[in-house]
Design a protein. Structure first.
Lengths: 340, 340
């Protein structure tokens, strides 16, 4: 089969490899209907993360179950499934509390990569969720988005306690930030402030439910949110970038007693007592337990209530993965869908 | 009247001063039934906080209303009242959301000091809560505790989401930590782990509801909590010290998806992305909005369901305040009650 492998920064190749096989009896093999490139895939691409050996890429996936291990009970061959970027057993205390990304048996969701024709998914019963039937083609991008960016934005909004009567601000206008806007709207937020400087992303944010757009950043951005909220700050702020600056922009935009939900992978972030003591903010986040939300997200997509697949603004055949990486690196695309 | 004034580190005097007067029409003057020395009063006493001019001390108080300003509506002369260490208007959006210590008109609860015979309390209607009648003498220490240490420990337990079925750990065995143990018990926690190395505090922690005591600190303390919780960590951890080490002990003792409620005034604490991203902990705390809890706490004390006054292990006349400071500084007392 064909699979995307990164050999070095900016050296992405599509190669012939053997189809993955069942390793553990709890595994499933999924024939991928669609996969995609994640913002986090750009870290090694840009040389920020070291590549020690040729690295299979991709952790977002949906498709049809081709084969299951002998211990798999709930997932059946022929089902269309969506899974998360972390595999989880679904039975441990942490999973049952809704933190499947903290599962005591946590593993990568697609250990040999998901930018490929087939992927091996561990702990299939705990990890995969079947759709009600075979999806129409136009639903596939949205189901793929549920696998990571939608689930992550949704968790950010939940962690920030977005809901009716709340003003929600979202720091970051990438695919995750845009999905957080969509989530805040679905969760009933009254007012949604999107931080964004890009006209196309501002437009999609507004379509997803943003009521206000703030172009300023840092202290100026914070001042603007306070101005929009009677001097108090937003009730709920989603941090969807992961830098020191964006985290502090999020904390500063939150009112006393408000909630920051952070889902951007944190890089070199430092928080001091002064940032969190007198400000009374709640901080919660981390790698989204997407599995918690998948049944609900699939249901909303299936009923065509939400269309998160719109975050994909470039679609390419898997063979052209290298061009997909270039397009995201050069910011010509927000999020690239790859068709195996 | 007599009042405690700190002139320099270790120089605490009781002096004759004028009785405080109504300054704003929203003020009340309270004749204090009891007051006390706070752990935070030891910061200037030990020279860690600078003393620029002679400093009136004390912010914990209860007593009888002697006089009210012309705009005071809900508080009446003759009532026995308890208030918080921050005065709050009770009407702003932040107050109404339960974060009175973040009130947009926040002021010190007793701006001219509460280690005195009388104190001026600003924003009396928002700040003071009357008891159902004149309390029996044995209830006064508990009502005084409600003013700060009980309210603060209670907020720590609430911020850590202590409740039925939960395992709660408490870092810090001072008056606040002990009150957090009491709060966790009252809130229905199933198991309460107190970190403590002092036999007398361990004993009171157990009387207040602790089921386990851990003497180890740091990594060893964390390992011990994990051992006691099937490797997972506690659901809820209250941080009642405020140092970098104690905060990290609290975070490390918390399970994925669990809650840290921090109420120790944070000193030189640094938190990185690694501390909060993959660990999935919730962080929330700050100066306790004691006012939120006062009606409930007074009710529980009035019904003799709780006896938080037991944290006072030394009682002295106000005249002997200097000895009270010495006793706390030398750790001969956990918490000193002063009788005006």
């Amino acid at each position: 089969m064909r699979k995307v492998v990164m050999h070095a920064p900016r050296d992405v190749r599509v190669e012939d490899v053997e189809r993955p096989r069942i390793v553990e009896p709890t595994d499933a093999i999924v024939r991928l209907a669609a996969t995609c490139i994640c913002g986090s895939d750009l870290w090694p691409y840009r040389g920020a993360d070291e590549i020690i050996r040729p690295q299979p890429m991709g952790h977002e996936y949906c498709g049809v179950v081709e084969e299951v291990g002998s211990a798999v009970r709930d997932v059946e061959v022929g089902q269309f499934v969506v899974g998360s970027f972390f595999a989880s057993d679904g039975t441990c205390e942490i999973c049952r509390s809704g933190y499947q990304t903290g599962c005591v048996h946590r593993q990568p969701g697609a250990p040999e990569g998901a930018q490929a024709e087939y992927a091996r998914i561990p702990l299939a019963d705990g990890t995969l969720v079947a759709t009600p039937g075979m999806p129409d083609a136009d639903l596939v991008p949205s189901l793929l988005a549920a696998s990571d960016v939608l689930g992550t934005g949704w968790f950010g909004a939940v962690a920030a306690e977005a809901g009716p009567g709340k003003t929600v601000a979202v720091v970051g206008d990438g695919a995750v930030g845009l999905c957080a806007v969509l989530a805040a709207k679905q969760l009933g937020a009254e007012r949604i402030i999107a931080f964004s400087r890009h006209a196309d992303r501002q437009a999609l944010a507004r379509e997803f439910g943003a009521t206000d757009v703030v172009e300023e950043r840092g202290e100026e951005g914070i001042a603007r949110v306070r101005e929009l909220t009677g001097g108090l700050g937003a009730h709920s702020v989603v941090e969807a970038v992961g830098t020191h600056e964006s985290m502090h922009q999020a904390i500063g935009s939150t009112r006393a007693g408000g909630h920051v939900g952070f889902v951007g992978v944190l890089h070199d972030v430092t928080i001091t007592g002064d940032d969190i003591f007198m400000t009374h903010v709640h901080l919660h986040g981390g790698p989204a337990p997407v599995r918690r939300f998948l049944p609900d997200l699939i249901d909303r997509i299936w009923k065509r209530e939400i269309d998160p697949g719109r975050v994909f603004d470039l679609e390419l055949p898997l063979e052209e993965a290298a061009e997909g990486y270039r397009a995201m690196d050069e910011r010509r695309a927000t999020k690239v869908l790859l068709r195996p």
